[in-house]
Design a protein around this ligand. Structure first.
Ligand code: DC
Length: 256
């Protein structure tokens, strides 16, 4: 070992300045409505990790853009806005509480106008770079299940576990429609599916970190699976990684 630590850091040769995480990062990516949040919340609960919904950060900034009457197409203005914004995610069992400059916007971020705005602002490369920097800080210590669109490809390409969760658009749209509840949402199921397809197209076709599985991700298609089957499969993937890493004594203490 040289006296001075090597300044060149790579994932294969961690230096003194970048110690290996003690706990893993579990990256869950996929399109809207695939069931990522449910999976992330379940895995976090099962293994005692924090659950971080990165989409909520794009949504929170979208709220600020709407309130400030900022165009969703003006990257410079949006970036300046982001740099004067504090977005906090507070993981809870049922999902993340989202604070925008200290104000709880957890409900507001789920509104339809915010959903559409978040999709539009998330195409801008420099805004994404700002988000990625924040998200790395949140997850760098490990022990997190982070879900989004680019976690395994851009935020944590060295994540210990990567799952890409997909399902047919009609199935995802139908699930979303049922979640929003036909009673309180005066929209048709066809409209929900159509809107979802438009957001998918923006996610998959944007120039900067488009939605796609990382080469080393495990892909799961939940189209023909029950929720229980999907969660069991995800748990198996994480458990396999954890038991690979653990000593026999540690293995005895993995959640059973
Ligand atoms: O997962 P969600 O629906 O809450 O995400 C909201 C929007 O943010 C969605 O249009 C895609 C975008 N997003 C993204 O581009 N990258 C992420 N890591 C998370 C979300």
């Amino acid at each position: 070992m040289p006296d001075q630590p090597d300044k060149t850091v790579s994932a294969a040769t961690p230096s003194v300045e970048s110690p290996r995480r003690m706990k893993p990062v579990i990256a869950i990516d996929g399109p809207a409505g695939a069931g990522k949040s449910t999976m992330a919340a379940y895995l976090a609960r099962r293994f005692g990790f924090l659950n971080l919904e990165t989409g909520a950060m794009y949504r929170a900034l979208a709220v600020k853009a709407i309130d400030g009457d900022v165009s969703f197409d003006e990257e410079d203005t949006l970036l300046a806005l982001a740099e004067h914004t504090r977005i906090e995610l507070q993981p809870h069992l049922e999902g993340n509480r989202v604070l925008l400059d200290g104000v709880d916007v957890s409900r507001r971020v789920r509104d339809g106008d915010v959903t559409a705005a978040a999709s539009r602002i998330s195409v801008h490369p420099r805004l994404r770079a700002w988000m990625v920097t924040q998200q790395r800080k949140l997850g760098e210590a490990g022990g997190v299940v982070m879900e989004g669109r680019d976690i395994g490809t851009a935020v944590f390409p060295d994540a210990e576990v990567k799952i890409f969760l997909d399902a047919a658009p009609e199935v995802r749209g139908n699930r979303r429609y049922k979640q929003t509840g036909p009673a309180d949402a005066p929209v048709t199921e066809a409209a929900v599916i159509q809107e979802m397809k438009e957001r998918d197209a923006r996610d998959r076709n944007r120039a900067e970190s488009p939605l796609r599985p990382a080469p080393d991700a495990v892909s799961l298609d939940s189209t023909g699976m029950t929720l229980e089957q999907v969660l069991a499969e995800a748990e198996k993937i994480v458990r396999a990684h954890l038991s690979e890493q653990a000593s026999p004594a540690e293995q005895a203490h993995l959640p059973g």
